[in-house]
Write a protein that binds this ligand. Structure first.
Ligand code: AMP
Ligand code: MG
Length: 301
């Protein structure tokens, strides 16, 4: 997943905490291997290689993550699309980012189509309808891994922990002492500053931002969050932060909200129980959506 994962566990039994932490990190590493698009043997690579061909048997985790991915794709009208693989490749994210020609972009864009993912729940298979299509779970995998890690910590009897994988965070229970966890939201244009804090007890928060991966050419910032309708980086937000009871959903929805922008995201989020958001528009203006617990940082910090 090309990021850092961190599991912080609190409790009285040091051995139990250690075992739980180890097991949670192992699970994140397992999912990373399953979905690594740069490993030719990963499940995602197998599915992509057989695009346009036969259904490919996959693990339960891949079925489960695709179910949520396709649901968020539908609810967001395709702003979130787990078949952005061809665009990610054309723009060189993952290897060497570069500005593709308009023709390349249009060719890649024409292959982005979540409606042509055929997921068979009972047989546990996936098929991409057309050759050249490619899954990319980059916008949801970290959240799913964080949810799995939380499950494992719970099974080990842990009642207080914080799990972080890139921009995906899960607060298990409360901090030692009973207070909520406090998750800072990064300022999208000032590396050393935060916009504010989300207090969180049992739940997930995730941020997608245009400052995470980008390159500049002729003074224009090209980042890694694509609008599948245009094939170009989405321009309406600097960042989108979403809270939800599940990290899988928070992750997918943060990406969806970023692409949809401050006008279109709120009605989509309103249709999803438990979702709330903080959107930063292209000019840096903040807007909260739904029932967000939010403490803005004092100005100038
Ligand atoms: P995130 O940090 O969760 O927003 O995920 C970013 C990653 O998601 C990118 O690096 C791409 O691999 C992938 N991605 C980019 N645009 C989209 C999109 N519109 N829908 C789904 N995934 C995307
Ligand atoms: Mg995401």
């Amino acid at each position: 997943m090309d990021t850092v994962a961190q599991v912080e566990v609190y409790g009285k039994d040091r051995e139990q905490a250690r075992r739980a932490t180890r097991a949670a990190l192992d699970e994140i590493a397992r999912l990373d291997g399953l979905w690594n698009p740069y490993d030719p043997e990963s499940e995602i690579s197998l599915v992509n290689r057989r695009a346009g061909g036969e259904p490919v048997p996959v693990s339960r985790d891949t079925v489960a993550v695709l179910q949520v991915a396709l649901e968020v794709a539908r609810q967001s009208g395709g702003a979130f699309d787990p078949t952005v693989g061809p665009l990610v490749r054309a723009w060189g994210f993952g290897e060497k980012p570069r500005l593709p020609s308009p023709e390349e972009i249009q060719r890649a864009r024409a292959l982005v189509s979540y409606q042509e993912v055929i997921l068979d729940n009972t047989r546990q298979t996936v098929r991409l309808a057309r050759a050249g299509m490619a899954l990319d779970l980059g916008a949801i995998a970290k959240g799913y891994a964080v949810d799995r890690a939380r499950e494992i910590l719970r099974q080990h009897g842990i009642r207080s922990a914080l799990i972080v994988a890139g921009g995906s965070v899960y607060a298990l229970g409360s901090r030692p002492g009973g207070k909520p966890w406090r998750v800072a939201v990064q300022h999208p244009r000032q590396e050393q500053a935060i916009l504010g804090v989300i207090p969180l007890t049992e739940g997930a928060v995730d941020t997608s931002g245009d400052y995470q991966r980008y390159f500049e050419e002729a003074g224009i910032r090209y980042h890694h969050l694509f609008d599948p309708r245009t094939g170009y980086p989405a321009r309406l937000c600097q960042s989108a932060t979403v809270t939800h009871p599940l990290a899988t959903w928070a992750d997918a929805l943060a990406t969806a909200a970023f692409v949809l922008g401050p006008q279109a995201a709120p009605p989509v989020l309103a249709g999803i129980p438990g979702a709330a958001a903080l959107l930063v528009d292209e000019r840096g203006q903040l807007r909260t959506v739904g029932n967000l617990a939010w403490e803005a940082a004092p100005r100038g910090r």
